[in-house]
Design a binder for this molecule. Structure first.
Ligand SMILES: [Zn+2]
Length: 324
């Protein structure tokens, strides 16, 4: 998130992040040793190219909060995983939780800190390659910073999409994942979804494009997990309920990531500078596992004959992934 999609106060939208301070950097969340994910490529029987998953995100920490489960899940199965982070997250929280524009908030320093955290998070998730596009964080719409030079949401879609297209050409991912442009509100998330969709549509290379779907089950589990640790939310608004209903109707794919949920939590906590304003960061391991052991997606484009609902982003590609 960087600049959280919503959830700063009591409105949900981009759960996991909102960050301020320093929860101590937790390399080893609740005593589990995280060993590097072994590298062994699984080949697609159709193309004889390595199975590859690319996740396109707006800010450092979104890879963990949004798609950390599938990144770790597929890395564990030998799939090559690529994270593309579009902005430097320089409007995230500064040291001590200081907000952009506050005393001691140096955007360049924030960006440098967050890049280091992003790299550590990717290690937890077994990410094969990290690509940084280095646009600037646009901030939330009401911050009025979207017109500053190189702010991601103000970059022409075709320009940014061309850079994504070049990465698709280089890595040849069969599956690409980004945000759902219809249910995310952060300008950078919307822009990431637009440019990714544009690049996929222009290239005709990617077999399946997915949008991350945070539907009613996601929020119900999160509300319940937070309530167990004493964090109460007011009931969702009518607008929120209509949005959730729309998301629920479009979900095609739910992946069980329970086996790697500890890795996802460790990756989230690697973003130590942002963790204080993260609601998900306040969940102990057991509640975190309850809330985040599945990830749901909307199949937005598909060139395979895979049916829906499905439990595997690579279904229809003839791979037969097995956990080693
Ligand atoms: Zn974000």
């Amino acid at each position: 998130m960087g600049t959280p999609d919503n959830l700063r106060a009591a409105t949900p939208a981009d759960v996991m992040s909102s960050a301020d301070t320093d929860i101590p950097h937790d390399e080893n969340v609740h005593g589990v040793e995280f060993t590097p994910v072994p590298r062994r490529s699984v080949m697609s029987s159709a193309s004889a190219s390595p199975l590859t998953l690319m996740a396109v995100h707006a800010h450092p920490d979104d890879e963990s909060t949004s798609t950390g489960g599938i990144l770790a899940h597929y890395a564990l199965r030998g799939v090559r995983t690529i994270v593309v982070t579009c902005t430097d997250g320089d409007l995230g929280d500064g040291p001590g939780g200081v907000k952009p524009g506050g005393d001691g908030h140096d955007p360049r320093e924030v960006a440098a800190i967050r890049q280091g955290e992003l790299r550590r998070a990717c290690e937890h998730l077994g990410v094969s390659d990290l690509e940084l596009l280095d646009y600037h964080d646009s901030g939330m719409a009401q911050w009025g910073l979207q017109q500053r030079e190189n702010a991601f949401c103000s970059v022409p879609v075709e320009h940014a999409a061309n850079r994504i297209a070049q990465l698709i050409e280089r890595y040849q991912p069969q599956v690409v994942v980004t945000y759902d442009p219809h249910s995310t509100r952060h300008p950078d998330h919307v822009q990431a979804a637009r440019v990714t969709t544009y690049a996929v549509d222009a290239g005709h290379v990617v077999a399946k494009l997915y949008y991350k779907a945070n539907g009613s089950v996601y929020w119900q589990r999160l509300y319940r997990a937070l309530a167990e640790v004493g964090i109460q939310w007011s009931a969702p608004s009518g607008e929120m309920l209509r949005m959730l209903e729309s998301v629920d109707q479009r979900i095609t794919t739910t992946v069980d990531v329970s086996q790697v949920v500890d890795r996802k939590r460790a990756a989230l906590h690697a973003h130590a500078s942002q963790i204080d304003s993260s609601l998900a960061g306040k969940l102990p391991a057991s509640q975190f596992a309850y809330a985040f052991s599945t990830e749901s997606y909307i199949r937005a484009r598909g060139l395979t004959a895979a049916s829906a609902p499905e439990g595997d982003l690579f279904s229809g590609l003839g791979h037969g992934l097995q956990l080693r």
